[in-house]
Every structure is written in C-alpha cells, then in structure tokens.
Design a protein around this ligand. Structure first.
Ligand SMILES: O=C(O)CCC(=O)C(=O)O
Ligand SMILES: [Fe+2]
Length: 245
C-alpha cells in the first residue's frame, strides 16, 4: 500500500469536502456513485439516526472530479488487486464442506465485477451539541472483504467474538481487513462478518474531522450467494435498510 498516496488523497479530499463544488456530484440513487451529504448518508441497519458523515463513492465507470481522478484510479487498482489476492487465500483456506457449497469459485465471483467501490469518507468536526450523534454506528459491511488503511485519526472499534469493543490502533502503515455480510452469506456463516463502529470523540478531538478510505470488494450482481440471495438482491435489501436506495 502506498501510504504517501493515501495521505495525499486525504489532504486533497479534505479540501474538496470544504467546497460547495461537492454538491455538483450529488449521489445517484440508482448507480450509488457520487457525493453523499450529511442528510443523505446511510444509517446503520436498525438505527434511526443517520451517521454523521459525508462521503464520495468512486467507481472506475462513475463520476469523479477531474483533478482528483488519477489518484483515486491508482489507489483503487492497488486496493482491488490486494483484495483479490486475499480472497484467493480465503478460498484456499475454506474447508471443503464450505467451498463445495459455493455456486462458483470466489475468484470467479469477482472476475470483471464492476461493483467494487472506493469510499472517500469525511467525518466533519462536531460541536458539543452533536456529541450524541454516531460517526458510524455499529454495523457490518455488505460486501465480501473491506480493505481499510489507517484513517487520519482514531475512533475505529471492532467487536470481539467475546462481545467486547476493542480500540483499533491507528498506525499509518496498518491495513485492517473486514469480512462483510456477503462472505458470511456465501460461506453459510463460516466466515462471520466483522462488527465495527467509529466512536464519536469527546473533548478536544470533537473539533477535529476524520478521513478514511475503505475499499469494498463486491461480486458481480448475478452471482448466486446462497439459496436466498444473489449479490444483487442482497445489496438491494441492504441499501433499503440503510436508507440510501
Ligand atoms: O471510517 C472508518 O474507519 C470505518 C468506515 C466504515 O466502517 C464504513 O464506511 O463502512
Ligand atoms: Fe464499515
């Protein structure tokens, strides 16, 4: 992972989020690309309050401000390649009774997928009155695997199997991998999805914003995940539950 590139993306997109130009890229409900404002941001499944965040969904086929495109394109390619390698390892280490239920190999499921997306995510500074709002309420990601490089501030927590919230350190050279609900679904629960949240800061940190850059690896829409779901039907159900479809 190119840490310098990630930090440059954080700098440039902090500046972008500070302008009104972002509203020219308003999110498209059908395609799910573009800019999601505070009012359009998702809420976690089962939560009424929207997360206090704004973000931009980048797909190689989607809209992107011209001056910011080259860096996202470059990072997207790196992160998708990395995610694919990890998924191949997941496949290799799946027990036979799990893998023989796959409708096709995991690597075939993501072959030529147009659905993987990069989220440039900004949690704006908060005032004392906003402290009860979630930055990202506890949730699981929808996709197969999420590649999460270090954010530019603390706050990420993951839920352990014992049910304790663990603070994730935030070293610049770290990468966190989350299992998403689609990998849980396709493996009939063998790979449980990672529950995580971004805690709302207190004290002086409230006035500091935070940037992060998750890459969500998604299969092709027609992929059969389970007897209940194709990737498309599962994604659609979740987007409705999150208030963005
Ligand atoms: O901002 C982070 O560190 C995590 C973001 C996240 O979990 C998400 O966008 O799904
Ligand atoms: Fe997440």
């Amino acid at each position: 992972m190119d840490i310098g590139l990630i930090q440059k993306i954080y700098r440039d997109w902090r500046a972008f989020f500070a302008t009104q130009n972002k509203f020219a890229y308003a999110m498209d409900r059908e395609k799910q690309d573009g800019y999601f404002s505070l009012e359009q941001a998702e809420h976690a499944k089962g939560f009424a309050l929207r997360d206090f965040k704004e973000y931009y969904h980048y797909y190689p086929w989607g809209r992107c401000p011209e001056s910011l495109k080259a860096d996202l394109e470059c990072y997207y390619d790196q992160a998708v390649e990395f995610a694919k390698t990890l998924l191949i390892w997941v496949e290799q280490y799946s027990p036979l009774d799990v893998s023989q239920c796959f409708s096709e190999s995991l690597s075939a499921m993501i072959e030529a997928s147009q659905q993987s997306l990069l989220r440039v995510l900004h949690y704006p500074p908060m005032t004392a009155g906003q402290q009860q709002l979630p930055r990202a309420a506890p949730h699981e990601d929808i996709n197969f695997l999420t590649i999460l490089p270090a954010a530019d501030g603390p706050g990420l927590k993951i839920l352990s199997q014992e049910g304790d919230w663990i603070d994730v350190p935030n070293r610049p050279d770290q990468v966190l991998i989350n299992i998403g609900d689609m990998l849980q679904e396709v493996s009939a629960g063998y790979f449980p999805s990672t529950t995580h949240q971004v805690a709302t800061p207190s004290g002086e940190e409230l006035s500091q914003g935070r940037m992060s850059l998750p890459l969500f690896l998604h299969p092709r829409p027609e992929v059969v995940l389970s007897p209940r779901h194709t990737a498309e039907s599962y994604l659609h159900e979740r987007l409705l539950e999150l208030g963005v479809a």
